[in-house]
Design a protein around this ligand. Structure first.
Ligand code: ADP
Length: 418
């Protein structure tokens, strides 16, 4: 059905465009049902391929001939209306498109309808996220061409952290560098932190406005946020997603003088960038040729000392942030684990929670062991600080935001979605 402005959209396509990939998820928002999802990978490279999954588990993998995001989107469109694998009768049923945009700088504190001015601002933020914002914009423009007249909404990874106070977001360098160059902490993974904060409130049966939460998004990229009454007041990633926790291939916190030292040893900026972003973290420390936490755990269990060190660094850094955010929040109700590691790894959760007894959080070992990717409390009844596992769903959050913007609803920090 063509879009009618008085009726909120029902079918929302969520797009996450990277430099050589395009991820998508198609939702019917009447019951927040995922209809189909997938990814086109290796766009513009050798042997691009499509993975397409329908809500009923039917899956399709095939090589595709795509050279750019427009081609990739057209391939996705063909599948969405395919006789056998499709979930829509016709493409005009796509009523709105929500886009993941990594960096919204200082300008965007909320999701927004995309206009030419918004696109210019996303482009202006490209210097802060050179690997992400340009392809995000490419995905938006491809959608404008392939779905003319359909509204596009930008949902920013940085927006949720806009509520951080200056004490959290400023770096202790002369203020003019903030004013002149925008050098400050922005924070990322905001869509995930927001989703799990809301989902945890619903799961605990409490209004978000009554809760102080420490949300730990532990995936290949990892970050933690202090969420007070639904608002982020601090987070571990900084001006870029390199700061904070030990990640799959990123170093996280490091003395900035290390960079200067390496420059003086003759290393070039691009090489240091690659070293800290792509060769560090679990990959660099464990030295087993993998950044995958499952491989690191297996190697550690087989007695590999470097893998053990990588694990302890990961846990140590996370625990030190949890302690810090517990203090900043003046005590918290729950530590929330999400992302591939947080949702699936009882091993990591157990090691982190074992360190939290001093702040009232005690592991329920039996429950923790059997929880995989489902909402659960994995701390004992005696705990004053709960440990919660909460699967994230960034795509659903983007679809919800798209719907909210199109309905014209105000920014809600305390919405409990049913
Ligand atoms: P991304 O940041 O790419 O979205 P994910 O959130 O999917 O990443 O998380 C990927 C990480 O989750 C990988 O390090 C992977 O090893 C880890 N992971 C997934 N399942 C498990 C598990 N059962 N135990 C430990 N780690 C796991």
């Amino acid at each position: 059905m063509p879009r009618n402005d008085t009726v909120p959209p029902v079918n929302i396509l969520v797009v996450n465009a990277g430099s050589s990939s395009l991820k998508f998820m198609m939702f019917c928002m009447t019951k927040e049902q995922m209809l189909a999802k997938g990814i086109v990978e290796r766009i513009g490279l050798k042997e691009p391929n499509l993975v397409y999954q329908r809500f009923d588990g039917q899956e399709l993998r095939e090589q595709v001939d795509v050279h750019n995001h427009d081609d990739a989107l057209k391939v996705v469109c063909e599948k969405l209306v395919d006789r056998k694998y499709g979930v829509l009768d016709r493409l005009t049923e796509v009523e709105a498109i929500g886009h993941r945009v990594v960096h919204g700088g200082e300008k965007f504190h909320d999701s927004t309808l995309i206009t030419d001015e918004v696109k210019q601002s996303i482009s202006d933020c490209a210097s802060l996220a050179p690997l992400h914002n340009p392809p995000n914009l490419g995905g938006i423009e491809a959608c404008e061409r392939v779905f003319p007249g359909v509204p596009n909404i930008a949902v920013f990874d940085t927006a949720f952290h806009h509520s951080m106070p200056p004490a959290s977001y400023l770096y202790a360098i002369p203020y003019e560098y903030y004013e002149k160059y925008g050098v400050r902490k922005y924070g990322f993974h905001g869509t995930s932190h927001k989703f799990v904060a809301q989902a945890t409130a619903k799961f605990l049966g409490k209004p978000l406005s009554d809760l102080k939460l420490i949300t730990c998004h532990l995936g290949n990229g990892a970050s933690i946020a202090a969420v007070e009454r639904g608002k982020s007041i601090d987070t571990s990633m900084g001006m870029t997603p390199l700061n904070g926790l030990v990640m799959g291939t990123r170093c996280g916190d490091i003395d900035p003088a290390v960079v200067l030292y390496l420059v003086r040893q003759g290393m070039k900026a691009d090489d240091i960038d690659k070293l800290l972003n792509k060769k560090s973290g679990l990959l660099g420390v464990a030295g087993i040729g993998s950044s995958d936490m499952r491989d690191i755990i297996t190697a550690a269990e087989h007695g590999n000392d470097q893998a053990k060190r990588a694990l302890w660094m990961f846990v140590h850094r996370l625990v030190s942030y949890i302690g810090s955010y517990h203090t900043i929040l003046g005590g918290a109700n729950a530590v929330v684990f999400t992302g591939g590691i947080g949702e699936n790894s009882a091993y990591i959760r157990a090691r982190v929670i074992a360190k939290l007894a001093c702040i009232g959080c005690y592991l329920d070992d039996a429950v923790n062991h059997e929880v995989v990717a489902r909402p659960a409390i994995v701390s004992t009844k005696e705990s004053t600080l709960l440990a919660v596992v909460m699967p994230t769903n960034e795509e659903l959050m983007i679809a919800r935001e798209t719907l909210r913007v199109l309905k014209g609803s105000p920014k809600a920090t305390d919405t409990i979605y049913e």
